[in-house]
Design a protein around this ligand. Structure first.
Ligand SMILES: Nc1ncnc2c1ncn2[C@@H]1O[C@H](COP(=O)(O)OP(=O)(O)OP(=O)(O)O)[C@@H](O)[C@H]1O
Ligand SMILES: [Mg+2]
Length: 557
Protein backbone atom coordinates (compact mmCIF):
# COMPACT_ATOMS: atom_id res chain seq x y z
CA UNK A 1 0.00 0.00 0.00
CA UNK A 2 2.83 2.33 0.73
CA UNK A 3 4.35 2.18 -2.73
CA UNK A 4 3.40 2.88 -6.31
CA UNK A 5 4.74 0.95 -9.31
CA UNK A 6 6.01 3.32 -11.98
CA UNK A 7 5.76 2.38 -15.68
CA UNK A 8 9.41 1.33 -15.63
CA UNK A 9 8.63 -1.26 -12.99
CA UNK A 10 10.47 0.63 -10.21
CA UNK A 11 8.44 0.94 -7.03
CA UNK A 12 8.33 4.43 -5.54
CA UNK A 13 8.24 4.15 -1.77
CA UNK A 14 6.48 7.02 -0.10
CA UNK A 15 5.48 5.67 3.26
CA UNK A 16 7.45 3.64 5.73
CA UNK A 17 7.40 -0.14 5.49
CA UNK A 18 4.50 -1.57 7.46
CA UNK A 19 2.34 1.54 7.21
CA UNK A 20 -1.26 0.70 6.47
CA UNK A 21 -3.55 2.85 4.47
CA UNK A 22 -7.24 2.78 3.71
CA UNK A 23 -8.93 5.17 1.35
CA UNK A 24 -12.23 6.38 0.00
CA UNK A 25 -15.36 4.48 0.94
CA UNK A 26 -13.44 1.92 2.92
CA UNK A 27 -11.89 4.55 5.17
CA UNK A 28 -15.21 6.33 5.61
CA UNK A 29 -17.03 3.14 6.36
CA UNK A 30 -14.60 1.96 9.02
CA UNK A 31 -14.46 5.38 10.69
CA UNK A 32 -18.23 5.69 10.78
CA UNK A 33 -18.63 2.17 12.15
CA UNK A 34 -16.15 2.83 14.94
CA UNK A 35 -17.83 6.09 15.93
CA UNK A 36 -21.24 4.42 15.85
CA UNK A 37 -20.11 1.73 18.26
CA UNK A 38 -18.96 4.35 20.73
CA UNK A 39 -22.25 6.22 20.44
CA UNK A 40 -24.14 2.96 20.85
CA UNK A 41 -22.29 2.21 24.06
CA UNK A 42 -23.62 5.31 25.86
CA UNK A 43 -27.18 5.17 24.54
CA UNK A 44 -28.61 3.19 27.41
CA UNK A 45 -27.31 5.82 29.88
CA UNK A 46 -29.50 8.66 28.57
CA UNK A 47 -32.24 10.19 30.65
CA UNK A 48 -33.71 9.52 34.08
CA UNK A 49 -34.63 5.98 33.12
CA UNK A 50 -31.19 5.33 31.69
CA UNK A 51 -28.92 2.68 33.16
CA UNK A 52 -25.58 3.19 34.90
CA UNK A 53 -22.29 1.81 33.68
CA UNK A 54 -19.76 -0.02 35.75
CA UNK A 55 -16.28 0.80 34.55
CA UNK A 56 -13.29 -1.20 35.69
CA UNK A 57 -9.86 0.24 35.04
CA UNK A 58 -6.53 -1.56 34.65
CA UNK A 59 -5.99 -1.52 38.40
CA UNK A 60 -9.39 -3.08 39.04
CA UNK A 61 -10.84 0.16 40.43
CA UNK A 62 -14.56 0.35 39.85
CA UNK A 63 -16.48 3.48 38.85
CA UNK A 64 -20.26 3.47 38.66
CA UNK A 65 -21.66 6.32 36.62
CA UNK A 66 -24.16 7.44 34.03
CA UNK A 67 -22.20 10.55 33.18
CA UNK A 68 -21.39 10.52 29.47
CA UNK A 69 -18.08 12.36 29.83
CA UNK A 70 -16.87 9.95 32.51
CA UNK A 71 -17.93 6.85 30.58
CA UNK A 72 -16.11 8.10 27.51
CA UNK A 73 -13.02 9.08 29.46
CA UNK A 74 -12.73 5.71 31.17
CA UNK A 75 -13.36 3.67 28.04
CA UNK A 76 -9.77 3.88 26.84
CA UNK A 77 -10.76 3.94 23.18
CA UNK A 78 -7.98 3.04 20.73
CA UNK A 79 -9.53 3.67 17.35
CA UNK A 80 -8.75 7.19 16.07
CA UNK A 81 -12.23 7.91 14.68
CA UNK A 82 -13.82 6.61 17.86
CA UNK A 83 -11.45 8.87 19.78
CA UNK A 84 -12.98 11.83 18.01
CA UNK A 85 -16.29 11.02 19.65
CA UNK A 86 -14.54 10.90 23.01
CA UNK A 87 -13.34 14.40 22.16
CA UNK A 88 -16.95 15.44 21.57
CA UNK A 89 -17.86 14.55 25.13
CA UNK A 90 -14.79 16.40 26.42
CA UNK A 91 -15.61 19.54 24.47
CA UNK A 92 -19.21 19.35 25.63
CA UNK A 93 -18.10 18.88 29.23
CA UNK A 94 -15.71 21.83 29.10
CA UNK A 95 -18.04 24.20 27.32
CA UNK A 96 -21.40 23.41 28.87
CA UNK A 97 -20.78 20.85 31.63
CA UNK A 98 -23.88 18.79 30.81
CA UNK A 99 -25.33 17.12 27.73
CA UNK A 100 -22.33 14.89 27.02
CA UNK A 101 -24.37 11.74 26.44
CA UNK A 102 -26.76 13.55 24.10
CA UNK A 103 -23.90 15.05 22.09
CA UNK A 104 -22.30 11.65 21.51
CA UNK A 105 -25.60 9.97 20.64
CA UNK A 106 -26.53 12.69 18.14
CA UNK A 107 -23.06 12.62 16.56
CA UNK A 108 -23.40 8.84 16.14
CA UNK A 109 -26.82 9.20 14.55
CA UNK A 110 -25.65 11.94 12.17
CA UNK A 111 -22.99 9.50 10.99
CA UNK A 112 -25.45 6.62 10.64
CA UNK A 113 -27.69 8.76 8.45
CA UNK A 114 -24.69 10.01 6.48
CA UNK A 115 -23.61 6.48 5.75
CA UNK A 116 -27.03 5.66 4.31
CA UNK A 117 -26.70 8.64 2.01
CA UNK A 118 -23.17 7.69 0.97
CA UNK A 119 -24.47 4.27 0.03
CA UNK A 120 -27.07 5.97 -2.14
CA UNK A 121 -24.22 7.65 -3.98
CA UNK A 122 -24.32 11.08 -2.36
CA UNK A 123 -20.90 12.60 -1.94
CA UNK A 124 -19.75 13.35 1.63
CA UNK A 125 -19.11 17.01 0.74
CA UNK A 126 -22.78 17.43 -0.15
CA UNK A 127 -23.73 15.82 3.16
CA UNK A 128 -21.36 18.10 5.06
CA UNK A 129 -22.83 21.19 3.38
CA UNK A 130 -26.34 19.99 4.14
CA UNK A 131 -25.48 19.32 7.77
CA UNK A 132 -24.01 22.79 8.09
CA UNK A 133 -27.19 24.41 6.77
CA UNK A 134 -29.37 22.23 8.98
CA UNK A 135 -27.29 22.99 12.06
CA UNK A 136 -27.76 26.72 11.50
CA UNK A 137 -31.50 26.23 11.24
CA UNK A 138 -31.47 24.11 14.39
CA UNK A 139 -29.61 26.77 16.34
CA UNK A 140 -32.00 29.48 15.13
CA UNK A 141 -34.95 27.35 16.18
CA UNK A 142 -33.82 26.76 19.75
CA UNK A 143 -32.91 30.44 20.12
CA UNK A 144 -36.42 31.29 19.00
CA UNK A 145 -38.34 28.94 21.25
CA UNK A 146 -36.15 29.38 24.38
CA UNK A 147 -37.95 30.92 27.34
CA UNK A 148 -36.37 33.82 29.26
CA UNK A 149 -35.51 33.13 32.89
CA UNK A 150 -36.02 35.70 35.62
CA UNK A 151 -32.86 35.33 37.69
CA UNK A 152 -34.44 37.13 40.63
CA UNK A 153 -36.52 34.04 41.18
CA UNK A 154 -34.60 30.88 41.72
CA UNK A 155 -37.26 28.41 40.63
CA UNK A 156 -35.94 27.76 37.12
CA UNK A 157 -32.36 27.58 38.33
CA UNK A 158 -33.45 24.86 40.76
CA UNK A 159 -35.53 23.04 38.17
CA UNK A 160 -32.65 22.95 35.70
CA UNK A 161 -30.17 21.81 38.35
CA UNK A 162 -32.61 19.09 39.43
CA UNK A 163 -33.16 17.99 35.82
CA UNK A 164 -29.44 17.52 35.31
CA UNK A 165 -29.34 15.30 38.39
CA UNK A 166 -32.55 13.42 37.52
CA UNK A 167 -30.61 11.11 35.26
CA UNK A 168 -27.99 10.21 37.86
CA UNK A 169 -27.66 7.87 40.81
CA UNK A 170 -28.46 10.82 43.09
CA UNK A 171 -31.91 11.36 41.52
CA UNK A 172 -33.71 10.58 44.78
CA UNK A 173 -32.13 13.64 46.38
CA UNK A 174 -32.18 15.89 43.31
CA UNK A 175 -34.34 18.65 44.83
CA UNK A 176 -32.39 18.73 48.05
CA UNK A 177 -29.07 18.89 46.20
CA UNK A 178 -30.37 21.37 43.59
CA UNK A 179 -31.23 23.75 46.40
CA UNK A 180 -27.67 23.56 47.76
CA UNK A 181 -26.14 23.90 44.29
CA UNK A 182 -28.16 27.03 43.45
CA UNK A 183 -27.38 28.64 46.82
CA UNK A 184 -23.67 27.87 46.37
CA UNK A 185 -23.54 29.30 42.85
CA UNK A 186 -25.37 32.48 43.85
CA UNK A 187 -22.92 33.00 46.71
CA UNK A 188 -19.93 32.94 44.39
CA UNK A 189 -21.51 34.70 41.39
CA UNK A 190 -20.39 38.25 40.76
CA UNK A 191 -22.79 40.65 39.12
CA UNK A 192 -21.27 42.84 36.45
CA UNK A 193 -23.95 45.20 35.17
CA UNK A 194 -26.76 42.96 34.08
CA UNK A 195 -24.45 39.99 33.52
CA UNK A 196 -23.03 37.47 35.94
CA UNK A 197 -19.46 36.34 36.19
CA UNK A 198 -19.21 32.87 37.67
CA UNK A 199 -16.58 30.22 38.07
CA UNK A 200 -17.67 26.72 39.08
CA UNK A 201 -14.25 26.20 40.65
CA UNK A 202 -15.20 28.66 43.38
CA UNK A 203 -17.50 25.97 44.70
CA UNK A 204 -15.49 23.18 46.23
CA UNK A 205 -16.79 19.71 46.82
CA UNK A 206 -15.51 17.75 49.82
CA UNK A 207 -16.63 14.21 50.45
CA UNK A 208 -17.03 12.25 53.67
CA UNK A 209 -18.94 9.03 54.04
CA UNK A 210 -22.10 9.56 56.01
CA UNK A 211 -25.57 8.19 56.55
CA UNK A 212 -27.25 9.57 53.47
CA UNK A 213 -27.01 12.37 50.94
CA UNK A 214 -29.55 14.25 53.06
CA UNK A 215 -26.63 15.04 55.32
CA UNK A 216 -24.94 16.99 52.53
CA UNK A 217 -24.48 20.61 53.52
CA UNK A 218 -23.29 23.95 52.24
CA UNK A 219 -20.47 25.62 54.13
CA UNK A 220 -19.77 29.27 53.64
CA UNK A 221 -16.05 28.77 53.47
CA UNK A 222 -13.47 26.08 53.00
CA UNK A 223 -13.27 22.65 54.59
CA UNK A 224 -9.94 20.90 54.91
CA UNK A 225 -9.87 17.16 55.35
CA UNK A 226 -7.23 17.65 58.05
CA UNK A 227 -7.16 17.94 61.80
CA UNK A 228 -5.50 20.47 64.06
CA UNK A 229 -2.08 18.87 64.58
CA UNK A 230 -1.62 19.08 68.34
CA UNK A 231 -4.03 18.19 71.11
CA UNK A 232 -2.94 21.21 73.14
CA UNK A 233 -3.92 23.65 70.41
CA UNK A 234 -7.27 25.44 70.44
CA UNK A 235 -9.95 23.68 68.36
CA UNK A 236 -11.73 26.93 67.71
CA UNK A 237 -10.18 30.25 66.82
CA UNK A 238 -12.36 33.26 66.21
CA UNK A 239 -11.12 36.23 64.17
CA UNK A 240 -8.42 34.04 62.76
CA UNK A 241 -5.31 35.61 61.30
CA UNK A 242 -4.03 32.88 59.08
CA UNK A 243 -0.48 32.28 57.94
CA UNK A 244 -0.32 30.19 54.76
CA UNK A 245 3.04 28.48 54.55
CA UNK A 246 4.67 26.56 51.78
CA UNK A 247 7.71 25.99 54.00
CA UNK A 248 8.39 23.26 56.53
CA UNK A 249 8.28 24.13 60.19
CA UNK A 250 11.07 21.73 60.94
CA UNK A 251 14.80 21.49 60.51
CA UNK A 252 15.36 20.55 56.90
CA UNK A 253 17.51 17.49 56.50
CA UNK A 254 20.37 18.32 54.15
CA UNK A 255 20.81 16.71 50.78
CA UNK A 256 23.97 15.02 52.04
CA UNK A 257 24.42 12.69 54.96
CA UNK A 258 26.17 14.79 57.49
CA UNK A 259 28.32 13.13 60.09
CA UNK A 260 28.79 14.86 63.37
CA UNK A 261 31.37 13.57 65.75
CA UNK A 262 30.31 14.11 69.28
CA UNK A 263 32.83 13.38 71.94
CA UNK A 264 31.34 14.90 75.01
CA UNK A 265 27.77 14.85 76.41
CA UNK A 266 27.66 18.64 76.51
CA UNK A 267 28.02 18.69 72.76
CA UNK A 268 24.79 16.70 72.30
CA UNK A 269 23.03 19.12 74.52
CA UNK A 270 24.40 22.08 72.63
CA UNK A 271 23.39 20.49 69.37
CA UNK A 272 19.82 19.87 70.53
CA UNK A 273 19.65 23.30 72.05
CA UNK A 274 20.62 24.80 68.72
CA UNK A 275 17.82 22.86 67.02
CA UNK A 276 15.37 24.10 69.61
CA UNK A 277 16.50 27.68 69.17
CA UNK A 278 16.06 27.47 65.39
CA UNK A 279 12.56 26.05 65.67
CA UNK A 280 11.56 28.49 68.36
CA UNK A 281 12.76 31.33 66.14
CA UNK A 282 10.46 30.08 63.39
CA UNK A 283 7.44 30.07 65.68
CA UNK A 284 8.42 33.45 67.12
CA UNK A 285 8.34 34.91 63.65
CA UNK A 286 4.77 33.74 63.21
CA UNK A 287 3.83 35.15 66.59
CA UNK A 288 5.52 38.45 65.79
CA UNK A 289 3.42 39.03 62.69
CA UNK A 290 0.28 38.23 64.67
CA UNK A 291 -0.75 34.85 63.25
CA UNK A 292 -3.03 32.72 65.41
CA UNK A 293 -3.67 30.01 62.81
CA UNK A 294 -1.07 28.34 60.60
CA UNK A 295 -1.93 26.27 57.56
CA UNK A 296 1.19 24.58 56.34
CA UNK A 297 1.65 22.74 53.07
CA UNK A 298 4.64 20.87 54.50
CA UNK A 299 5.44 19.21 57.80
CA UNK A 300 5.39 20.70 61.30
CA UNK A 301 7.95 19.36 63.75
CA UNK A 302 6.77 18.07 67.18
CA UNK A 303 8.74 20.75 68.88
CA UNK A 304 7.23 23.45 66.68
CA UNK A 305 3.78 22.09 67.49
CA UNK A 306 4.61 22.32 71.16
CA UNK A 307 5.78 25.93 70.95
CA UNK A 308 2.76 26.88 68.87
CA UNK A 309 0.29 25.33 71.24
CA UNK A 310 1.93 27.21 74.12
CA UNK A 311 1.26 30.42 72.21
CA UNK A 312 -2.38 29.45 71.69
CA UNK A 313 -2.01 28.96 67.94
CA UNK A 314 -3.86 26.34 65.94
CA UNK A 315 -2.08 24.63 63.05
CA UNK A 316 -2.82 22.26 60.19
CA UNK A 317 -0.03 20.47 58.33
CA UNK A 318 0.39 18.86 54.91
CA UNK A 319 -2.50 20.78 53.34
CA UNK A 320 -3.03 20.12 49.63
CA UNK A 321 -1.55 22.61 47.19
CA UNK A 322 -4.97 23.19 45.60
CA UNK A 323 -6.43 23.88 49.06
CA UNK A 324 -3.67 26.38 49.75
CA UNK A 325 -4.51 28.28 46.59
CA UNK A 326 -8.20 28.35 47.48
CA UNK A 327 -7.36 29.51 50.96
CA UNK A 328 -5.21 32.31 49.64
CA UNK A 329 -8.05 33.46 47.39
CA UNK A 330 -10.66 33.16 50.11
CA UNK A 331 -8.83 34.62 53.09
CA UNK A 332 -6.93 37.25 51.17
CA UNK A 333 -3.64 35.84 52.45
CA UNK A 334 -0.40 35.18 50.59
CA UNK A 335 1.32 31.83 50.45
CA UNK A 336 4.73 32.35 52.02
CA UNK A 337 7.60 30.15 50.89
CA UNK A 338 10.32 31.63 53.04
CA UNK A 339 9.51 32.19 56.67
CA UNK A 340 12.10 34.93 56.94
CA UNK A 341 10.05 37.07 54.57
CA UNK A 342 6.70 36.78 56.35
CA UNK A 343 4.92 40.04 57.10
CA UNK A 344 1.64 40.88 58.80
CA UNK A 345 0.19 41.81 55.41
CA UNK A 346 0.66 38.21 54.22
CA UNK A 347 -1.89 36.90 56.72
CA UNK A 348 -5.37 35.95 55.61
CA UNK A 349 -8.51 36.51 57.62
CA UNK A 350 -11.49 34.32 58.54
CA UNK A 351 -14.12 34.91 61.19
CA UNK A 352 -13.78 31.34 62.42
CA UNK A 353 -11.41 28.41 62.11
CA UNK A 354 -12.73 25.32 63.83
CA UNK A 355 -12.02 21.62 63.95
CA UNK A 356 -15.19 19.52 63.84
CA UNK A 357 -15.74 15.82 64.00
CA UNK A 358 -17.43 14.52 60.85
CA UNK A 359 -18.18 10.81 60.93
CA UNK A 360 -15.02 9.23 62.34
CA UNK A 361 -12.69 11.95 61.14
CA UNK A 362 -11.80 15.43 62.13
CA UNK A 363 -12.00 18.22 59.56
CA UNK A 364 -11.02 21.85 59.78
CA UNK A 365 -13.59 24.46 58.77
CA UNK A 366 -12.55 27.93 57.71
CA UNK A 367 -15.65 30.10 57.68
CA UNK A 368 -16.54 33.72 57.18
CA UNK A 369 -13.45 34.37 55.11
CA UNK A 370 -12.54 37.86 53.90
CA UNK A 371 -13.66 37.00 50.40
CA UNK A 372 -16.96 35.14 50.56
CA UNK A 373 -16.38 33.75 47.07
CA UNK A 374 -15.35 30.38 48.38
CA UNK A 375 -17.97 27.90 49.41
CA UNK A 376 -17.83 24.18 49.99
CA UNK A 377 -20.42 21.50 49.49
CA UNK A 378 -19.74 18.73 51.98
CA UNK A 379 -21.13 15.56 50.42
CA UNK A 380 -22.18 12.83 52.84
CA UNK A 381 -23.12 9.84 50.67
CA UNK A 382 -23.23 6.37 52.15
CA UNK A 383 -20.13 5.07 50.35
CA UNK A 384 -17.06 6.49 48.64
CA UNK A 385 -18.40 5.33 45.27
CA UNK A 386 -21.70 7.12 45.87
CA UNK A 387 -19.74 10.21 46.89
CA UNK A 388 -17.70 10.16 43.70
CA UNK A 389 -20.79 9.91 41.50
CA UNK A 390 -22.46 12.64 43.59
CA UNK A 391 -19.46 14.89 43.01
CA UNK A 392 -19.77 14.33 39.24
CA UNK A 393 -23.51 15.00 39.33
CA UNK A 394 -23.02 18.14 41.40
CA UNK A 395 -20.45 19.27 38.84
CA UNK A 396 -23.06 18.95 36.06
CA UNK A 397 -25.63 20.81 38.15
CA UNK A 398 -23.19 23.61 39.01
CA UNK A 399 -22.39 24.01 35.31
CA UNK A 400 -26.08 24.13 34.43
CA UNK A 401 -26.68 26.92 36.94
CA UNK A 402 -23.59 28.76 35.67
CA UNK A 403 -24.87 28.42 32.09
CA UNK A 404 -28.20 29.95 33.10
CA UNK A 405 -26.60 32.80 35.01
CA UNK A 406 -24.51 33.60 31.93
CA UNK A 407 -27.32 33.14 29.44
CA UNK A 408 -30.67 33.18 31.19
CA UNK A 409 -32.65 31.20 28.64
CA UNK A 410 -34.20 27.83 29.14
CA UNK A 411 -35.78 24.98 27.19
CA UNK A 412 -38.18 22.31 28.36
CA UNK A 413 -36.71 18.82 27.98
CA UNK A 414 -37.96 15.35 27.14
CA UNK A 415 -36.83 15.81 23.52
CA UNK A 416 -39.39 18.57 22.86
CA UNK A 417 -36.74 20.92 21.44
CA UNK A 418 -35.29 18.18 19.23
CA UNK A 419 -38.72 17.38 17.80
CA UNK A 420 -39.39 21.05 17.15
CA UNK A 421 -36.00 21.51 15.46
CA UNK A 422 -36.65 18.38 13.44
CA UNK A 423 -39.97 19.74 12.19
CA UNK A 424 -38.54 23.12 11.25
CA UNK A 425 -35.55 21.59 9.47
CA UNK A 426 -37.72 19.13 7.54
CA UNK A 427 -39.84 22.02 6.26
CA UNK A 428 -36.73 23.98 5.40
CA UNK A 429 -35.33 21.02 3.45
CA UNK A 430 -38.24 21.23 1.02
CA UNK A 431 -36.97 24.61 -0.14
CA UNK A 432 -33.62 23.12 -1.19
CA UNK A 433 -32.53 21.35 -4.36
CA UNK A 434 -32.35 17.53 -4.60
CA UNK A 435 -29.22 16.15 -2.99
CA UNK A 436 -28.77 18.82 -0.35
CA UNK A 437 -32.39 18.33 0.56
CA UNK A 438 -31.67 14.72 1.42
CA UNK A 439 -28.76 15.68 3.67
CA UNK A 440 -30.78 18.33 5.50
CA UNK A 441 -33.64 15.86 5.96
CA UNK A 442 -31.18 13.31 7.31
CA UNK A 443 -30.14 15.85 9.95
CA UNK A 444 -33.78 16.36 10.92
CA UNK A 445 -34.23 12.61 11.30
CA UNK A 446 -31.02 12.24 13.28
CA UNK A 447 -32.32 14.65 15.94
CA UNK A 448 -35.21 12.28 16.56
CA UNK A 449 -32.74 9.81 18.04
CA UNK A 450 -33.21 11.60 21.35
CA UNK A 451 -36.92 10.79 21.44
CA UNK A 452 -36.20 7.23 20.40
CA UNK A 453 -33.49 6.71 23.00
CA UNK A 454 -35.40 8.33 25.87
CA UNK A 455 -38.42 6.15 25.04
CA UNK A 456 -36.41 2.96 24.61
CA UNK A 457 -34.65 3.50 27.92
CA UNK A 458 -38.00 3.99 29.62
CA UNK A 459 -39.36 0.78 28.13
CA UNK A 460 -41.83 2.63 25.89
CA UNK A 461 -42.51 1.93 22.23
CA UNK A 462 -40.28 4.44 20.42
CA UNK A 463 -42.27 4.30 17.17
CA UNK A 464 -45.56 5.16 18.90
CA UNK A 465 -43.97 7.99 20.85
CA UNK A 466 -42.19 9.34 17.78
CA UNK A 467 -45.26 9.41 15.55
CA UNK A 468 -47.37 10.97 18.29
CA UNK A 469 -44.75 13.68 18.84
CA UNK A 470 -44.31 14.32 15.13
CA UNK A 471 -47.99 14.95 14.65
CA UNK A 472 -48.28 17.12 17.76
CA UNK A 473 -45.42 19.32 16.59
CA UNK A 474 -47.02 19.54 13.15
CA UNK A 475 -50.11 20.87 14.93
CA UNK A 476 -48.02 23.56 16.59
CA UNK A 477 -47.45 22.02 20.03
CA UNK A 478 -43.90 23.39 20.43
CA UNK A 479 -43.26 21.81 23.82
CA UNK A 480 -44.70 18.37 23.18
CA UNK A 481 -42.21 15.83 24.51
CA UNK A 482 -41.99 12.55 26.32
CA UNK A 483 -42.07 12.67 30.12
CA UNK A 484 -40.37 9.39 30.87
CA UNK A 485 -41.19 9.07 34.55
CA UNK A 486 -44.91 9.01 33.82
CA UNK A 487 -44.37 7.55 30.35
CA UNK A 488 -46.67 10.18 28.85
CA UNK A 489 -46.37 12.34 25.79
CA UNK A 490 -47.19 15.81 27.06
CA UNK A 491 -46.48 19.53 27.12
CA UNK A 492 -43.03 19.51 28.73
CA UNK A 493 -43.20 23.19 29.68
CA UNK A 494 -45.84 22.15 32.24
CA UNK A 495 -43.42 19.75 33.91
CA UNK A 496 -40.28 20.49 35.89
CA UNK A 497 -37.89 19.20 33.23
CA UNK A 498 -35.84 22.19 32.05
CA UNK A 499 -32.41 22.62 30.54
CA UNK A 500 -30.29 25.68 29.71
CA UNK A 501 -30.28 26.86 26.11
CA UNK A 502 -26.46 26.96 26.33
CA UNK A 503 -26.29 23.18 26.82
CA UNK A 504 -28.54 22.47 23.86
CA UNK A 505 -26.68 24.82 21.54
CA UNK A 506 -23.39 23.23 22.53
CA UNK A 507 -24.80 19.74 21.91
CA UNK A 508 -25.73 20.79 18.38
CA UNK A 509 -22.35 22.35 17.75
CA UNK A 510 -20.16 19.61 19.15
CA UNK A 511 -22.17 16.76 17.61
CA UNK A 512 -22.34 18.31 14.13
CA UNK A 513 -18.70 19.33 14.10
CA UNK A 514 -17.52 15.85 15.07
CA UNK A 515 -19.73 14.19 12.46
CA UNK A 516 -18.52 16.58 9.75
CA UNK A 517 -14.92 16.06 10.71
CA UNK A 518 -15.23 12.28 10.50
CA UNK A 519 -17.08 12.53 7.17
CA UNK A 520 -14.34 14.66 5.67
CA UNK A 521 -11.73 11.96 6.14
CA UNK A 522 -11.22 9.75 3.09
CA UNK A 523 -7.70 8.60 3.71
CA UNK A 524 -6.37 6.91 6.82
CA UNK A 525 -2.66 6.39 6.99
CA UNK A 526 -1.63 4.52 10.07
CA UNK A 527 1.87 3.71 11.16
CA UNK A 528 2.52 0.16 12.28
CA UNK A 529 2.51 1.19 15.92
CA UNK A 530 -1.18 2.05 15.71
CA UNK A 531 -2.23 -1.41 14.60
CA UNK A 532 -4.83 -2.63 17.05
CA UNK A 533 -4.79 -6.12 18.51
CA UNK A 534 -6.73 -8.83 16.67
CA UNK A 535 -10.41 -8.28 16.98
CA UNK A 536 -12.86 -10.61 18.63
CA UNK A 537 -16.17 -10.62 16.80
CA UNK A 538 -19.02 -8.46 17.98
CA UNK A 539 -17.86 -5.06 19.07
CA UNK A 540 -16.71 -3.65 22.38
CA UNK A 541 -13.97 -5.58 24.01
CA UNK A 542 -15.47 -4.75 27.40
CA UNK A 543 -15.61 -1.31 28.92
CA UNK A 544 -12.40 -0.03 30.38
CA UNK A 545 -10.56 -2.92 28.90
CA UNK A 546 -10.15 -0.89 25.74
CA UNK A 547 -12.04 -0.93 22.50
CA UNK A 548 -9.90 -3.61 20.97
CA UNK A 549 -12.97 -5.29 19.60
CA UNK A 550 -13.96 -3.17 16.67
CA UNK A 551 -16.01 -4.87 14.01
CA UNK A 552 -14.38 -6.41 11.01
CA UNK A 553 -12.65 -4.07 8.65
CA UNK A 554 -10.92 -2.10 11.37
CA UNK A 555 -7.72 -4.03 11.02
CA UNK A 556 -5.99 -1.15 9.29
CA UNK A 557 -5.43 0.71 12.53
N1 LIG B 1 -38.49 13.42 33.46
C1 LIG B 1 -37.95 13.46 32.25
N2 LIG B 1 -38.67 13.10 31.17
C2 LIG B 1 -38.13 13.11 29.94
N3 LIG B 1 -36.89 13.47 29.66
C3 LIG B 1 -36.13 13.84 30.69
C4 LIG B 1 -36.60 13.86 32.02
N4 LIG B 1 -35.59 14.28 32.82
C5 LIG B 1 -34.52 14.51 32.00
N5 LIG B 1 -34.84 14.25 30.73
C6 LIG B 1 -34.00 14.36 29.54
O1 LIG B 1 -32.85 13.57 29.69
C7 LIG B 1 -31.80 14.13 28.90
C8 LIG B 1 -30.55 14.22 29.68
O2 LIG B 1 -30.11 12.94 30.05
P1 LIG B 1 -28.69 12.70 30.65
O3 LIG B 1 -28.44 13.68 31.74
O4 LIG B 1 -28.59 11.26 30.97
O5 LIG B 1 -27.73 12.96 29.45
P2 LIG B 1 -26.91 14.24 29.03
O6 LIG B 1 -27.31 15.41 29.84
O7 LIG B 1 -27.01 14.33 27.56
O8 LIG B 1 -25.41 13.79 29.36
P3 LIG B 1 -24.61 13.81 30.74
O9 LIG B 1 -25.55 14.24 31.82
O10 LIG B 1 -24.16 12.40 30.89
O11 LIG B 1 -23.50 14.77 30.53
C9 LIG B 1 -32.27 15.49 28.45
O12 LIG B 1 -32.60 15.46 27.10
C10 LIG B 1 -33.50 15.75 29.32
O13 LIG B 1 -34.47 16.54 28.65
MG1 LIG C 1 -27.29 15.42 31.95
Amino acid sequence: MSSNIQPGGVPVLVLKEGTSRSRGHEAQHTNIEAAKIVAESVRSALGPKGMDKMLVDNFGDVTITSDGATIMKEMDVQNPAAKMLVEVSKVQDNEAGDGTTSAVIIAGELLTKAEELIQKGIHPTVIIDGYRLAQEKALQTVEKIALPVDLKKQDFLKKAAATSMASKLVAEYKEYLADIVVKAMLLVAEKEGTKYKVDVDDVRVEKKTGESLKGTSLINGIVLDKEIVHSGMPKRVEKAKIALLDAALEIEKGDYDAKINIEQPEQIEAFLKQEEITIKAMVDKLVAVGANVVICQKGIDDLAQHFMSRKGMAAVRRAKKSDMEKLAKATGGKIVTNLDDIAASDLGYAALVEERKIAEDKMTFIEGAKNPKAVTILVRGSSPRMNNETERSIHDALCVVRDLLQEPKILAGGSAPEMEMSKVIRKYAESLPGREQLAVKAFAEALEVLTITLSENAGLDPIDVLSDLRSRHEKGETWAGIEVLSGKVQDMSKTDVFEPLTVKKQILKSATEAAMMILKIDDVIASQKMKSPPMPPGGMGGMGGGMGGMPGGMGGF
